[in-house]
Design a protein around this ligand. Structure first.
Ligand SMILES: [Zn+2]
Length: 323
């Protein structure tokens, strides 16, 4: 009698700074994991080599061969052609936004079938299927990181609109307000995105505002104000960090509450690099910041911290592999 073939799924979360890989079994238990730095030079081919090598390491950690995988899912930034598994316009990856043929590359170099979708969409879906929103019928995911991404599940189905739904970062919280990276003004992300917060921190620091943010950054050998840098500055009661985070929380409160007024979801999940790093005390601050803007104030939705942590994106990506 031949042994039953185990169902094994690969998942890769392709981020601007790191690639996180996981291997799951058929019951969605994590069997192995690996993490590597995202290539910063070269082009599409280098990104694909990085994905294949991280997948190989995750498989080695799980004690399986890449060839045994049923398939591998990839969560990626940029615009995704899910049918072809191609990513374009991901400007924080090598190649300046040129097409990256991920599915084809995984097949050729890894010998495995690949499925690609948006990184936030798969992360939110993982929280819906296995994490903080398990059992909820409707959900709004708010991924607080460099930008502010979102995901919506309504009546148990991911709502994609015409392909561009859930861009909660670009909900307007102030007409004619701060400049956003999208070219418009007053978007929530222009106040709450880590990228926007860093730009403002640099400007104020250059004008002479005192802050330890950049000292902490340098001490950690970083060139950006990472989530860890913000967390550290807040622990040290850095005035500028507190001021900018409070501004972010106010914007999040208004933007998320407005989305809730429109959709009336059961659960809001706060995830993303900064959301996960700052954790529950800041989820509580978001709950409080939402209250003045809620139309039905006496019945707010449950607001929960993402549960799957750093692995959520990769686990969600693995769930892309069809049953
Ligand atoms: Zn915007």
């Amino acid at each position: 009698m031949s042994p039953t073939r185990r169902r094994l799924l690969g998942g890769l979360d392709l981020g601007g700074t790191k690639i996180q890989g996981v291997v799951l079994d058929g019951r969605r238990n994590v069997l192995g994991q690996a993490r590597s730095a995202t290539p910063t030079t070269g082009g599409a081919q280098d990104v694909i080599l990085g994905l294949v090598s991280t997948l190989g390491s995750a498989c080695a950690d799980a004690g399986v061969d890449v060839g045994e995988l049923t398939g591998v899912g990839v969560g990626s930034p940029g615009a995704i052609d899910t049918a072809r598994g191609v990513v374009t316009g991901a400007r924080n990856l090598p190649g300046e936004g040129a097409p990256i043929r991920i599915a084809a590359g995984l097949k050729t170099l890894g010998g495995v079938k690949g499925y690609v979708d948006n990184d936030v969409t798969v992360g939110v879906n993982a929280e819906y299927v296995l994490g903080a929103a398990k059992g909820a019928k409707s959900l709004l995911g708010v991924w607080w990181g460099t930008g502010v991404g979102g995901g919506i599940v309504l009546d148990g189905k991911v709502w994609e609109g015409r392909g561009a739904a859930a861009e909660i970062g670009h909900v307007v919280v102030k007409i004619g307000g701060a400049q956003c990276t999208c070219g418009r003004r007053g978007c929530m992300e222009a106040y709450a995105g880590r990228g926007a917060m860093e730009i403002r921190a640099r400007r104020l620091h250059d004008r002479g505002r005192k802050t330890d943010l950049f000292k902490i950054m340098e001490k950690r050998g970083r060139t950006r104000l990472t989530s860890g840098v913000w967390a550290r500055a807040l622990e040290h009661d850095d005035e500028l960090a507190i001021e900018l985070i409070e501004r972010a929380l106010e914007a999040l409160g208004a933007g998320v509450a407005s989305a809730v007024n429109l959709l009336d979801v059961e659960t809001v999940v706060i995830g993303g690099g900064l959301g996960t790093r700052l954790g529950e005390p800041y989820v509580e601050r978001i709950r409080e910041a939402m209250l003045p803007h809620l139309f039905v104030r006496e019945n707010p939705p449950r607001v929960a911290l993402a549960e799957l942590g750093d692995l959520g994106g990769a686990i969600g990506a693995a769930l892309l592999v069809p049953r």
